[in-house]
Design a protein around this ligand. Sequence first.
Ligand SMILES: Cc1ncc(COP(=O)(O)O)c(C=O)c1O
Length: 419
Amino acid sequence: MPPPPGPAGFFRLDHDLVCDGVPLAAIAAGAGTPVYVYSAALVRERYRAIDDAFGGYPHALHYALKANSTLAIARLLRSLGSAVDANSVWEIETARRAGFDPAQIVFTGVGKSPAELECAVGLGVKAINVESAGELARLEAIATRLGRTVRFAIRINPDIDAKSHPHISTGLKINKFGVPLDDARALLQTVKGRPALSLVAIHVHVGSQITSLDPLRRAAALAADVSLELQRRGFPLEYIDLGGGLGVSYDGAEVPSPADYVTALLGEVRRTSLPIVLEPGRAIAAPAGVLLARVIDMKARDAASEFVILDAGMTELIRPALYNAFHRIEPVSAPATGDRHYELVGPVCESSDVVGRDRMLPPLAPGDVVAIRDAGAYGSVMASNYNRRPLPAEVLVDGGEWRVIRRRQTLDDQLALET
Ligand SMILES: Cc1ncc(COP(=O)(O)O)c(C=O)c1O
């Protein structure tokens, strides 16, 4: 694809908010709303920023499909040289359909069913990231029955506070994820000489939307220490998997750059000489997407503010309702800010269906289109059919042109599952 005109991503040309040079108003008119719009140029830029930061140090980026697994996005990542982290057998199958080899897939997740484990063992994925002693036992039984040796990593629960939102912090003992360090040591003591099991890596992932390097650095240091210890005990480890978690700036506040992030990790891991696997999701996809919504109605809220009722809400983007997450919201054909005090809400029958609280915007009217920014990760993938609302359409802008990469769901699509 030729490079887009102007910078990559979302910016203003006069009063028009554009994606890689294409006016978002034109996409809303052509594709309808609500619609997710992604910038291919920005996906490339965000991927390469992390990839390039490693310099010559051996590494593999396993893009976390859970952030956004739309086929065209997965294929775009693949074309850049990415591998993937899959969190279910359905994400594994999506990765396969996007063209990824089993050797490019790590399989994570706290509750992998026996059927999912069997599928992953049968395919021969790069590693299954094991979350408990019980899971390791189930995995061994399956691999033995299939006559295979399964490559696995053990996910350590490092008891580190990611200082992110509690719903997306995973590294504390009280969280359901991983195996506490001492238990992992004891468990691994027993795996040598068991022909169905081959330990290839230590895995840590302490949470998502982490905006301070400290927890990421501490988790990397611990993974490096444990890896060295295991190597001394004769385990031929192949790499260290440091998970994902790098945060993005939803509100304009400073966050660590990909270069600072990778430098911090390398500072801890270099002494092992082991290649690094990372599983970034949000840091690649979030800034590369917006959700376009149209104003349906306006009504008074209090003396100073009005409700703006949009045709997108918690069914299309649940993050604000689920974690009180902040997303910038801007009209696509008017300046980004103004002097009107608005509460932007969705159409869903829930009072928690608020998309943006207390925003100062230019005057809005029914029919206007707004862009909900930084919605490329944990947006479309978390959409639901509540109120029988259809899953929104998705559009990819590439080389100055846009195309629908997922059509809007119809009621027939929904009802086709029912008898
Ligand atoms: C095991 C694992 N790896 C990677 C990720 C991706 O995280 P992020 O999108 O914050 O980079 C997650 C998400 O929380 C995860 O659970």
